[in-house]
Design a protein around this ligand. Structure first.
Ligand SMILES: C[S@@+](CC[C@H](N)C(=O)[O-])C[C@H]1O[C@@H](n2cnc3c(N)ncnc32)[C@H](O)[C@@H]1O
Length: 559
């Protein structure tokens, strides 16, 4: 390779919200990117410049710890509070590269080299006479002509400066990479394209392999919004699924996209590549692979952020302690237990430690993975991806089914009936169901405790939730249903269960701001738990309880 190469990366996330920030912390693409650059660029004379607009300490640390990376901290360079757009950040970087640099390589933080020699292979194309080489984007043609995209683009520094093109400064809908392509081709220069070479496609835009040199996730730190998309929910689910795959085992994902190993990451229908499948991928079910109903996209996105891990041990300790008491007193002493909607496996670990043979089922691949890690660390149990409405489990095999979550996530009464019917089907006669639900006044209590009731519209929304039980999509992080005790009991009985009891789990005491500290005091904890135990069936406590637990029995053959 003739000269020195500068790789320019603008590190940011979009839009800037608490959620996207949490995403960027959980999935630091910049770290992945720098790792793969390092791994695939040995023997090359290169430097890396990263303009950081995140201020996220983990990102800054990843950049600082990379031997060849120079960190430009956006705020330090431009001023407090300044946050540059991706395009403006790239312009800042171009302006800061030294004269000794021959080639500029623009790289998105979710564009990861996949082949040794990726840099020399791009610069060789420039040596052969092309003015630039970049990822081909043509999905908007003919509305927008095909162009080479700045997500991975190599150009001589002098050539870039000679065009006078900057990335920033355009209006809405302006495509700066197109401006650069046109500035080059308009003066008779030729550009080369890095074309998509996937043997296996996950999605028309996401997870592209380009000239088998670079993988581009395509929506690394932003939601999956694409031109011409007909199903944003499916796009988003696929984005999250591919992101997990990229962070879990990047080489495996690339091998799947190259067609080198069987695709065990997402279902592919007989018609060809899926353009946005539901995330019902079975990640190792011991009991089969039948497709389950798709989970709600907002719920999927919420849980894929990893919010559930540790919930019971910290903010919801009272719920955890009380649920364990109720379950200990009512489940059979051992046997096979199915934990439906078991999340990251906190209860499943406990059940397994008590000697139950546990199968955890959950629709969120991250939860299943976390549960498997918990099972590997402590008492063993199985975990697999699945849905309460269609359990991939034989009839009459379980001694107990625990369902703590699905009934408040399934907003349609029919879906809840399906989930309860499935629990009934897999239980042996005489087997026990314990199913929790969110209490009707739970969201009311939280809105008051958090002083959200002052916000416009909240009073109307809370009134509607109390009247109907339904929190529709858009009123919270996911749609939900809040039960009245009688309603929960009626649903469980309608599924065929007998001896049904509905119990208050934590009352309204989770709303006390210092509840966790009180539970640290053994005298306070045992007094509160004792009182809750005594009044768990009291109608007053039940109606106001944050969560409810219904316990019922599948009738024995002799009943
Ligand atoms: C609040 S978490 C509770 C997790 C765990 N059971 C616990 O009590 O800590 C709700 C769980 O229900 C799961 N879930 C939601 N809809 C489901 C469905 N249709 N089938 C099975 N699980 C579902 C979610 O993925 C999530 O793990």
């Amino acid at each position: 390779m003739a000269g020195r190469c500068a790789i320019l990366i603008a590190n940011g996330f979009f839009p800037v919200t608490e959620e996207t920030r949490a995403d960027a912390v959980a999935y630091p693409w910049i770290e992945r990117c720098l790792h793969e650059v390092d791994r695939r660029s040995s023997g090359v004379d290169y430097e890396v410049h990263v303009w950081d607009s995140t201020g996220i300490p983990e990102h800054l640390e990843a950049i600082r710890s990379h031997d060849r990376a120079h960190l430009w901290e956006g705020e330090a360079e431009i001023g407090p509070g300044a946050r540059l757009s991706h395009r403006d950040a790239l312009d800042q970087l171009v302006a800061r590269v030294g004269d000794d640099v021959e080639y500029l390589v623009f790289l998105d933080s979710d564009a990861l080299p996949v082949a040794d020699g990726w840099l020399p292979r791009m610069t060789a194309v420039l040596e052969e006479g092309k003015a630039a080489i970049g990822i081909l984007r043509d999905e908007q043609a003919p509305r927008v002509p095909p162009f080479i995209h700045v997500s991975c683009l190599c150009i001589r520094r002098q050539q870039m400066l000679a065009t006078g093109v900057t990335f920033g400064g355009g209006g809405d809908g302006d495509e700066p990479s197109l401006r650069l392509t046109e500035a080059l081709t308009g003066t008779g220069l030729a550009v080369a394209t890095l074309e998509r070479t996937n043997a296996v496609e996950a999605h028309p835009i996401l997870a592209g392999l380009y000239a088998d040199l670079v993988y581009h996730h395509g929506a690394g730190s932003r939601p999956a919004w694409f031109y011409g998309s007909t199903d944003q929910g499916a796009d988003e689910r696929m984005r999250l699924l591919l992101r997990r795959a990229a962070f879990d085992d990047f080489d495996h994902l690339v091998a799947v996209l190259r067609g080198q190993v069987p695709n065990d990451l997402w279902p592919v229908d007989a018609e060809g590549p899926a353009s946005g499948p539901a995330p019902d991928t079975d990640v190792g079910s011991p009991v089969g692979t039948a497709a389950a109903p798709a989970p709600d996209p907002a719920m999927f996105a919420h849980y894929e952020r990893g919010t559930e891990l540790g919930r019971l041990e910290h903010v919801n300790r009272l719920e955890y302690l009380r649920s364990r008491t109720i379950l200990s007193e009512r489940l059979p002493g051992g046997g096979r237990l199915i934990d439906v909607g078991g999340g990251p496996g906190t209860y499943a670990s406990w059940f397994a430690s008590l000697g139950y043979r546990v199968d955890l089922v959950d629709p969120i691949p991250l939860h299943v993975e976390q549960a498997r890690q918990a099972a590997a660390r402590g008492a063993a149990f199985d975990a697999h991806v699945g849905d309460a409405r269609q359990l991939d489990i034989d009839d009459r095999v379980a001694d107990a089914v625990v369902m703590m979550g699905p009934l408040f996530h399934l907003v349609a009464a029919d879906d809840r009936a399906r989930a309860l019917a499935e629990a009934y089907r897999v239980l042996r006669p005489g087997g026990v169901l314990a199913a929790s639900a969110m209490g009707r006044f739970f969201l009311f209590g939280h809105a008051v405790a958090g002083n959200e009731v002052r916000s416009p519209g909240v009073v109307e929304r809370i009134s509607s939730i109390v009247e109907t039980g339904d929190r529709p999509d858009g009123w919270g992080p996911f749609p939900a249903h809040a039960h009245r005790p009688d309603e929960l009991g009626a649903e469980v009985r309608a599924a065929g269960f007998v001896d049904v009891q509905v119990l208050a789990i934590e009352g309204w005491f989770h709303l006390l701001g210092d509840i966790s500290a009180r539970l640290d005091d053994p005298a306070s904890a045992s007094a509160l738990l004792d009182l809750l135990h005594r009044f768990e069936s009291d109608p007053g406590l039940l109606e106001s309880s944050g969560h409810l637990m219904a316990v019922g029995r599948r009738p024995a053959e002799a009943d």
